[in-house]
Design a protein around this ligand. Structure first.
Ligand SMILES: *[C@@H]1O[C@H](CO)[C@@H](O)[C@H](O)[C@H]1NC(C)=O
Ligand SMILES: *[C@@H]1O[C@H](CO)[C@@H](O)[C@H](O)[C@H]1NC(C)=O
Length: 223
């Protein structure tokens, strides 16, 4: 039985899909529903992660969770509702971005860049570059990464907290193993032609869905 399930999972995860114009829907609070993203890159001296999300959650939630066996929060984008702060974590460091207009029920584009040489992180919130801050320098994110949308990992690939799961919609997830230029980030934000992620590419995404996560076309307004 276990063997059969393993076979099915392997078969489903095989080929990358083009999710352009689509979104993942995480429709309910749970610790079972998530999307696991696959990549072959396993050492990062720098990174940029961009995504769009839509939610009306009134509690903490994770938006992007990359764990390695070295650190469960090796690259984590987390919203702290109590303090109303977007908190990117890299390696063993964390920074806080408050004062954001993180309105419910609208799409927000969030890009996060980090470089191990300077140790600086920068959040771009809906296209606005925020303060550069020190978070972690001198070591790579390394080891087999497990990248999860919909849940926040408190272990390498598990230990999810129901009070931190994401409920809402998510789209346009990309990851690069370098710091994107300001110009490229603005192209991403404005949905123009940009260089797709070389670690994760929404246009050729290798992923596995667990439990109730749905894929639908993004809703466009009639004009
Ligand atoms: C992840 O991708 C690699 C290379 O494309 C592949 O060998 C591996 O089977 C994939 N893993 C999963 C869980 O899909
Ligand atoms: C850090 O990652 C870069 C690739 O981004 C790699 O070239 C380098 O060898 C890595 N360094 C270590 C110590 O693993």
């Amino acid at each position: 039985m276990k063997f059969l399930i393993l076979l099915l999972v392997t078969a489903c995860a095989a080929s990358p899909q083009d999710l352009s114009g689509k979104m993942f829907i995480f429709p309910q609070q749970s610790t079972r529903a998530y999307v696991k993203l696959n990549t072959t890159v396993d050492s990062f001296s720098a990174a940029t992660v961009c995504h769009r999300s839509f939610t009306d959650l009134k509690r903490d939630h994770g938006l992007f969770s990359l764990a390695t066996s070295n650190s469960f929060n090796d690259f984590l984008i987390f919203y702290d509702y109590t303090n109303r702060e977007m908190e990117p974590h890299v390696r063993h460091g964390k920074s806080e971005y408050g004062g954001l207009d993180y309105k419910p029920n609208v799409w927000h584009s969030i890009c996060t860049t980090w470089d191990s040489q300077s140790g600086l992180i920068q959040l771009w919130f809906n296209g606005l570059p925020l303060t550069k801050k020190y978070v972690s320098s001198g070591s790579n994110i390394s080891g087999r990464p497990i990248i999860i949308l919909g849940q926040e990992q408190d272990a390498h690939g598990g230990k999810f907290d129901i009070n931190q799961c994401f409920v809402g919609m998510m789209a346009d997830v990309h990851m690069w193993d370098y710091v994107l230029s300001a110009c490229e980030i603005q192209k991403y934000v404005n949905e123009l032609n940009f260089t797709p992620g070389n670690v994760l590419n929404w246009g050729a995404l290798d992923f596995q869905i667990m439990d109730r996560v749905l894929i639908e076309s993004k809703q466009m307004m009639c004009v």
